[in-house]
Ligand binder design. Structure first.
Ligand SMILES: [Zn+2]
Length: 82
């Protein structure tokens, strides 16, 4: 492997370790495997969405809150509508 690539790999490890300070998500979409069904969760510049019934009525749900926990400082933390 060339010297340039070794340097890039080392830098990628550093960025990954510093993820909470250096990485900020603008948007994403994930599938969460629930107890019964899978749900699609999306995030776009601070706004969360989920296709589950609870989210439809409350604007927040276990799936979006789980993603906030996973991504911690890398996303805006949503405030429940109610
Ligand atoms: Zn949900």
């Amino acid at each position: 492997m060339d010297y340039g690539m070794i340097g890039k790999i080392e830098k990628s490890k550093f960025y990954a370790e510093e993820a909470a300070n250096r990485i900020h998500f603008d948007s994403l979409q994930v599938q969460i495997k629930g107890e019964n069904n899978s749900h699609t969760v999306n995030y776009n510049f601070g706004k969360w969405g989920c296709d589950c019934d609870f989210f439809a009525s409350r604007g927040v749900c276990s799936h979006t809150m789980a993603m906030e926990r996973v991504l911690r400082n890398m996303v805006e933390i949503g405030i429940p509508a109610n």
